[in-house]
Design a protein around this ligand. Structure first.
Ligand code: SIN
Ligand code: FE2
Length: 207
């Protein structure tokens, strides 16, 4: 993380995109670390409260993990399939959070989304956290996502933003509750992840 990146610090508000925040070597190290941790906390495809299987595979790191099933959306301390606590968030991600936010505390959750063959994520708000004054920080690794971000109502106009490997974005202030989603992932756009696909890490302060 270079000093120059401090110039990209968001001004406490809004949606901030930091293109190429992570260098190639940092991306590879982070993807390796997360994929290694997924050996302890395996990826699984959750059910929505409505009973549909999500196309994105998920796992979590941290003291709390975001889960969904027939009982609804929530954070919990254990993997729903193994019953084990989630592995810890790598220190490099905690440092990244401190660099791109002015948050008064560290993240306690890193949701790990794995997009393979045709996976997408419908427009939604991140609103299961206890305190919306903490931002959400998103790190993209691997294939480029066609990300969509709108306003705080589902009807508000939205725009399409490409998130490439190494890009970091922050949802804070007036955009903390902005609707967002992934329209599609561009297969073959990166060689970072063996076998292709995209990893997205979202750091949150859930509790
Ligand atoms: C999410 O909203 O949980 C994921 C966003 C992304 O994959 O970029
Ligand atoms: Fe989200």
């Amino acid at each position: 993380m270079t000093a120059e990146r401090d110039g990209n610090r968001p001004n406490l508000m809004g949606f901030a995109l930091h293109p190429g925040f992570l260098a190639a070597g940092e991306q590879a190290a982070l993807a390796d670390a997360v994929l290694r941790l997924s050996g302890e906390a395996p990826f699984y495809r959750p059910l929505t409260p409505g009973g549909r299987r999500m196309s994105v595979a998920m796992t979590n790191l941290g003291t709390l993990g975001w889960v969904t099933d027939a009982r609804g959306y929530r954070y919990q301390a254990r993997h729903p399939e193994t019953g084990a606590p989630w592995p810890p968030i790598p220190e490099s991600l905690i440092r990244l959070w401190r660099t791109v936010t002015d948050a008064a505390g560290d993240p306690d959750c890193c949701l790990v989304n794995l997009y393979q063959s045709g996976a997408r994520m419908a427009l939604h708000q991140d609103r299961d956290e206890a305190d919306f004054s903490f931002p959400v920080v998103s790190v993209s690794l691997g294939d480029t996502a066609v990300f969509r971000i709108g306003g705080t109502t589902r009807q508000a106009p939205s725009r399409s933003v490409r998130l490439a490997s190494g890009d970091v974005c922050v949802l804070a202030g007036p955009d903390r509750l902005a609707f967002h989603g992934v329209d599609r992932v561009i297969a073959g756009s990166s060689r970072l992840i063996a076998g292709g696909g995209r990893l997205n890490l979202t750091l949150r302060r859930a509790g």
